[in-house]
Ligand binder design. Structure first.
Ligand code: URA
Length: 213
């Protein structure tokens, strides 16, 4: 396996790794899988927002006036790729409830594995905001690349990508297509199978989140 490039952040916190292991386990129920997806997303969101710029503000505590800090600039945008991104987005909204949400509908053409857009709805002023693209599985990278290209076409210049699990080929494809977009993930698996599934992976994240198979 080739080395993980430096602008991929693997969130190795024991809580994240423990929860990811439960999610990989095929005996984990839909209910538990969905809850874990939300919890891990919250924890990864904490890491991805670690370096957000802050502004000083003057406030008064019940005891004294003071200078304190709050996150600078416009509200964040989370951009979940439908449908699996929705479960992860919920956990991120638990941590940043005022974030805006841009929905990006992509399906995978099963013959070519290419991403095809069927829905796009984003805040009107998205161009000036930090946008975090959310998809639990970075497999071939086709969906992530298409979503980021779509957001760039809408004028977005400040982008990050977050997933639960990446495959090395997907990481390489995304970085080749969008070298300006840093990636956060809980793990990078070595390979994909012939159907484009991550190995060992955790199966189909959408089906496991929504209980459709
Ligand atoms: N999408 C999934 O849900 N799982 C994979 O392994 C690859 C893509």
């Amino acid at each position: 396996m080739s080395p993980v490039p430096s602008h991929v952040t693997v969130v190795s916190h024991p809580l994240v790794q423990h929860k990811l292991t439960k999610m990989r386990d095929k005996t984990t129920s839909t209910k538990t899988f969905r809850a874990l997806m939300r919890e891990v997303a919250t924890l990864i969101c904490y890491e991805i927002t670690r370096d957000l710029p802050m502004d000083p503000v003057q406030i008064e505590t019940p005891v004294a006036p003071t200078t304190a800090y709050e996150i600078a600039g416009k509200k964040l945008v989370f951009a979940p790729i439908l449908r699996a991104g929705l479960g992860m987005c919920e956990g991120m909204l638990d941590l940043v409830p005022s974030a805006r949400v841009a929905h990006i509908g992509l399906y995978r053409d099963h013959a070519t594995l290419e991403a095809v857009e069927y829905y796009f709805k984003a805040p009107e002023d998205i161009a000036g905001r930090l946008v975090i693209v959310v998809d639990p599985m970075l497999a071939t990278g086709h969906s992530a690349i298409a979503a980021i290209s779509r957001l760039k076409a809408a004028g977005v210049t400040n982008l990050r990508f977050v997933c639960l699990l990446a495959a090395q080929p997907g990481v390489e494809a995304l970085q080749a297509a969008h070298p300006d977009v840093p990636i956060w993930t809980a793990a990078v698996d070595a390979e994909l199978n012939a159907h484009g599934y991550i190995v060992p992976g955790l199966g189909d994240a959408g089906d496991r989140t929504f209980g459709t198979r």
